[in-house]
Design a protein around this ligand. Sequence first.
Ligand code: SF4
Ligand code: SF4
Length: 197
Amino acid sequence: MTDNTISPLQQYITKTAANNEAILIGYANIKKLHSIAIILGFHYSDTSYFKNTFGIAQRIYEVNAKSNVVLDKLRSILKKENHTSYDKSVFSVYGDMRPYIEAAGLGGFGRNGLIVNSQYGSNLLFSMLLTDAPFETEEIHRGSYQPCTYCKRCIDACPVNAFENNQFNTYKCFISSLRGCKECVTHCLNANGMVGN
Ligand code: SF4
Ligand code: SF4
């Protein structure tokens, strides 16, 4: 994808999202749905409330509200240009957005089960808009970016050893997460050089 192949409409979409606090914006072609996915990434936390489950839920809610503002604006722009749009919010539980996030070049699959971005680590929340607009897309293949090759900070940081024997123990993590644990995310953030605000 090069700048001179990107339509004014796509440039406008990207600019609008960036001006409304989306820190990552990418495009992926979902061939089976004959749609283009516009992926939006938002920074969602700092390191100060990881022991506070309510704080985490509240912050996710705030990011969802921020994301919905952007989704509304993008839907409105697309509608004016007679394009369809269908969005998946930060809270959407239907479908897994991670393959599309990776295809859009916004990160790779991390050991912690989350998308890891080279700049922001895994402290991100994503939303998505599907459209029939003919936008340029990235063609990133699965596994092209391997964020964890030289890193195991999340494994070392996990207080309940949920990554034991190269397998992820969902039950251990779930119980610990209920108490507000996000150590793996925090350390991934640090590993990737992003300092929480
Ligand atoms: S959320 Fe906590 S318990 Fe779960 S894998 Fe991460 S560090 Fe371990
Ligand atoms: S902390 Fe390191 S190993 Fe764990 S998900 Fe992040 S980059 Fe991968």
